[in-house]
Design a protein around this ligand. Structure first.
Ligand SMILES: [Zn+2]
Length: 525
C-alpha cells in the first residue's frame, strides 16, 4: 500500500521560540536545525529575519549548511500598507535570508483588517496578492499563513475565502489555515478544512493550530482527515500562551494510527530527537507526554505488569520501540514479585520467582520503602540495592569524608558554597575541593573531579533533574527528605534516590549511586 505523504512543518525555532522562558542562541538554532533535518521533517521554519537581528545572523550562518532533506523557511508578513514589496524593509530582509521557502502571514479576518491593520478589505487583498507574487517571482516557495482563518471564516466567510483565492492566484504553493487564537474545536476545524478543500480542490492545504483549548493535536489530526496535507507545529508543543500543536504526538498519531507517511522509518528516532530539542531548549519533557514521556510506557499496578509481561499489547497501545521509547516497570509494594523479576533480568537473570534471593530483595524493598525510599522511578538505585542484597556489589569508590559550607553573601560570582571530599579507589586516597552554586552542586563537582582521575568516562555524566520531597510534615525542618536525581550520559537516562534527615546527605547518597550505576553499566555487568 502506498501511504499518502503528510508534510511536516516544524516551527520550534519560530513560533516555539515565543514560548515563555525560551531563548535560543545562534548555535542553539543551528543544532536544532540539524537534529530536525536528521529526523526528516520537511520544513524548518527558523525565524523572522525582519523583526529580529539574531535571526538575521542565524540565516547568514546557516546558508553554508547543506540540509539532507528539510527545506529551510523564513517567516514574515505581507508588506506594509502604503508601501510596495520592493520598498518594505521587512520584506527585503525576508528575501535576504535566502531560504528556499518563505512563510508569509496575512490577515484573513475582516475584524483584524479593520481594527488592527486599519485598512480597507480591498487594500488587504492587494497586500496579500502583491507580497505573495513578489516572492513567487523571486523563485521562492510561498506558504501562505492565513492568520485567524477560522475566526474569519465564522464572521465573514466570503471575505476570508477571497483572501485565500488571492494568495493562491498570486502563486502560493500552500494555503495554511491558522487557528491563531487557538479557540476552534476539532469538529469545526474538520468542517472548515473540508469547505476550503471543496472550494480549492487542487490547492495544498496546511494546518497551524494553537493549544488554547487543549485540542491542538486533535484539531490538526482532524484537519488531515478533512484533506490538509501539511501540518505545522512544534516539538513538545512549545509556543506562546498554551503552545502550538505538538508534533511529537501528531507524527506518531498520523503514521501509526491513521496510515499516513510523515517521517517514514525515522519514527523510531522520535524520542531521541525530542530529547535533543528539549535539551537545547532547556526544557523537561513532561513524564505523561504521549509516546515520548518517560511514563508513556511505565507500568505500575501488579496486574498490569503481569499482563504486559505475558502479552505487551494487553496494556500498551503500541510497542514503545516504534517511537524509540522503552517499557518501564515501576517498583512499588503493590506491584509485587513479577515486577522484581523483570527488574532483576539484567542483574541476576538466573534467579527464579520462588528463590530465597528474590524473597530477600522483596523484603528489602519493603523495608526501604518504609524508610521513605521509592524505587518506582529510581531504576538505577533499585539495581544497586539488588546487587547489595545479593552480595554482588563491589563499590568503585568509598567515601572517607565530605564537608560543605554555604556562605552569604556569596564570596565570588554565583558560587555560594564549597565542598571538600576524600575517597578511596583501589587503596588510593584522593582528596579534592570545589566551589558550586550550592552545597550539592559543590559536592557533585568535587566528586567528579576526584573520580575523573580513575574513571574518565564519568566526564560524560550530567545531572538533568534534581527533586527534593519532604516526607513527614510533623517535625518541620527536622523531617526526612527524599532526593531524586536524574542523570544522563547523553544517550541514556537513569534515576537514583537518597533519603535522610539531612538534604545534603540524601543528595550525596543519590549522587554516589548515580556514578556507581554508570560505572557498572560501563563494565557491561
Ligand atoms: Zn502560531
Amino acid at each position: 500500500m502506498n501511504k499518502e505523504k503528510i508534510l511536516i512543518f516544524d516551527s520550534t525555532l519560530r513560533d516555539g521560540a515565543q514560548g515563555e522562558g525560551i531563548s535560543y542562541s545562534v548555535s542553539d538554532k543551528l543544532s536544532i536545525v540539524r537534529a530536525l533535518d536528521d529526523f526528516g521533517v520537511d520544513y524548518i521554519e527558523a525565524g523572522n529575519p525582519g523583526s529580529n537581528p539574531k535571526d538575521i545572523a542565524f540565516f547568514r550562518e546557516v546558508r553554508g549548511d547543506t540540509l539532507k532533506h528539510a527545506r529551510l523557511c523564513a517567516f514574515g508578513s505581507t508588506h506594509k500598507k502604503g508601501a510596495t514589496p520592493e520598498s518594505d524593509p521587512n520584506v527585503l530582509s525576508l528575501l535576504r535570508a535566502e531560504t528556499p521557502a518563505v512563510s508569509l502571514f496575512g490577515k484573513a479576518w475582516d475584524l483584524h483588517v479593520h481594527k488592527v491593520l486599519m485598512a480597507s478589505l480591498e487594500e488587504n487583498l492587494d497586500l496579500v496578492g502583491n507580497t505573495v507574487r513578489y516572492f513567487h517571482r523571486q523563485g521562492r516557495e510561498v506558504i501562505f499563513d492565513a492568520e485567524h482563518f477560522f475566526d474569519g471564516l465564522r464572521d465573514n466567510p466570503e471575505y476570508t475565502l477571497k483572501v485565500l483565492e488571492v494568495a493562491l492566484q498570486a502563486g502560493a504553493s500552500c494555503l495554511c489555515l491558522c487557528d491563531t487564537n487557538g479557540g476552534t474545536m476539532p469538529m469545526q476545524v474538520y468542517k472548515d478544512v473540508q469547505l476550503v478543500r471543496e472550494r480549492f480542490p487542487t490547492a495544498q492545504i496546511g494546518i497551524h493550530c494553537h493549544n488554547d483549548t487543549g485540542c491542538a493535536v486533535a484539531s490538526s489530526v482532524m484537519a488531515v482527515e478533512a484533506g490538509a496535507r501539511q501540518v505545522q507545529g512544534t516539538f513538545i508543543g512549545t509556543g506562546e500562551r498554551c503552545g502550538n500543536a505538538d508534533l511529537s504526538v501528531i507524527i506518531p498519531n498520523l503514521q501509526l494510527k491513521m496510515g499516513y507517511d510523515c517521517v517514514d522509518d525515522s519514527l523510531q528516532d522520535l524520542l531521541q530527537t525530542v530529547r535533543q530539542v528539549t535539551e537545547i531548549s532547556n526544557l523537561q519533557v513532561p513524564g505523561n507526554t504521549p509516546y515520548v514521556g518517560a511514563s508513556a510506557f511505565a507500568h505500575k499496578g501488579g496486574m498490569h505488569i503481569d499482563g504486559v509481561s505475558k502479552l505487551s499489547s494487553s496494556f500498551e497501545h503500541i510497542s514503545p520501540e516504534t517511537v524509540g521509547n522503552t517499557r518501564r516497570f515501576l517498583m512499588s509494594e503493590v506491584s509485587g514479585r513479577s515486577m522484581v523479576m523483570r527488574k532483576l533480568a539484567t542483574v541476576a537473570p538466573e534467579l527464579t520467582r520462588d528463590s530465597e534471593e528474590v524473597a530477600a530483595i522483596l523484603a528489602r524493598v519493603k523495608e526501604l520503602e518504609n524508610e521513605g525510599y521509592q524505587f518506582e522511578a529510581a531504576d538505577a538505585s533499585f539495581e544497586l540495592m539488588a546487587r547489595r542484597t545479593l552480595g554482588r556489589f563491589e563499590p568503585h569508590f568509598d567515601t572517607i569524608m565530605y564537608r560543605t559550607t554555604s556562605e552569604y553573601p556569596p564570596p565570588a560570582g554565583d558560587n555560594s558554597a564549597s565542598a571538600i571530599i576524600s575517597l578511596v579507589v583501589d587503596g588510593r586516597e584522593e582528596t579534592t575541593a570545589s566551589m558550586g552554586n550550592g552545597p550539592v552542586h559543590a559536592l557533585d563537582m568535587a566528586l567528579r573531579k576526584a573520580l575523573n582521575v580513575f574513571y574518565p568516562c564519568l566526564s560524560q555524566v550530567r545531572l538533568t533533574d534534581y527533586k527534593v520531597r519532604v516526607l513527614t510534615g510533623e517535625e518541620a525542618t527536622a523531617s526526612k527528605v527524599r532526593v531524586l536525581i536524574e542523570s544522563t550520559d547523553g544517550e541514556h537516562l537513569w534515576t537514583t534516590v537518597g533519603v535522610g534527615t539531612d538534604v545534603v546527605a540524601a543528595s550525596w547518597e543519590a549522587l554516589c549511586d548515580s556514578l556507581e550505576y554508570m560505572l557498572y553499566r560501563r563494565k557491561g555487568e
